[in-house]
Ligand binder design. Structure first.
Ligand code: 16G
Length: 240
């Protein structure tokens, strides 16, 4: 395991154990490099990664702190809810609202590149972190044998985990859209927010190998609890 990776795990553990609380200032790169006998470059890389993952945040001239209640979903690597929440040292949980085989409507069929009316696995879940509702996710899955998902306990297992380890379907990439919106009465009740509070609607199509769409998910995230983070690089137009 690379050293910066090991350091990331050590730092995460300090949050998980409760030693570091949201808002706490973490030691500087220099202090970390001395404590763990690593280079400052390695310490910097670990901290930057954890900032990108939303575990820490930086304040100009003040230092790096443990993130508060907002969850940052990074839009760089393809990760699932369980991974995102666990990476922050929080406890993810799920309530399955419905799980059934239903005929695909035209729009979903187009996303999943199947014929409208084909039976797909439809899963509606409430996602929580440390018992607090964060998102409602409505996943539509289509692959050979997807009805076997009906037998899986998706309150105790991660969907991405089941797809990859039990069904042998690697998740390779995804396209995602975000749209601002307001919570309707039903969403607000599930998310324990006021009707009309701000939410983020996301739509994600996830692909397995050979560019085959496997999941089309529509989600509603609590606007006040989420930050979506991405890292942009300017394209090098001219070579110097
Ligand atoms: C994310 C995905 C969702 C996927 C879930 C898997 C978005 C918008 N959605 O929440 O499509 O089903 O992760 O999480 O990010 P799981 O592996 O914990 O079940």
């Amino acid at each position: 395991m690379p050293r910066y990776h090991q350091l990331k795990e050590i730092l995460r553990e300090r949050i998980r154990s409760g030693e570091w609380k949201p808002g706490d200032l973490i030691p500087s790169e220099r202090e970390l490099s001395e404590t763990y006998r690593i280079s400052r470059m390695t310490a910097r890389q670990a901290i930057t990664d954890l900032v990108n993952e939303g575990v820490f945040y930086r304040e100009q001239g003040r230092g790096t702190f443990v993130s508060r209640n907002k969850i940052t979903q990074q839009l760089i690597k393809l990760t699932g809810f369980t991974e995102d929440i666990s990476a922050r040292g929080q406890h993810p949980s799920t309530q399955v609202l419905s799980a059934e085989m239903l005929p695909a409507d035209e729009f979903t069929a187009e996303r999943l590149r199947i014929t409208p009316g084909e039976l797909i696995f439809c899963l509606q879940r409430l996602r929580l972190a440390d018992g607090e509702p964060l998102a409602i996710e409505f996943s539509h899955l289509s692959f050979k044998g997807c009805e076997r998902l009906l037998q899986e306990n998706l309150e105790q297992q991660s969907l991405y985990g089941v797809l990859e380890s039990k069904f042998g379907l690697p998740l390779m990439e995804a396209e995602q859209e975000l749209e601002a919106g307001l919570a309707g009465a039903e969403e607000a009740a599930l998310l324990k927010i006021a009707p009309g509070a701000s939410v983020l609607f996301t739509r994600r199509t996830t692909y397995t190998d050979r560019n085959q769409p496997i999941e089309y998910a529509k989600s509603v995230y609590c606007g006040a609890k989420y930050i979506f983070y991405t890292h942009l690089k300017r394209e090098q137009l001219f070579s110097s």
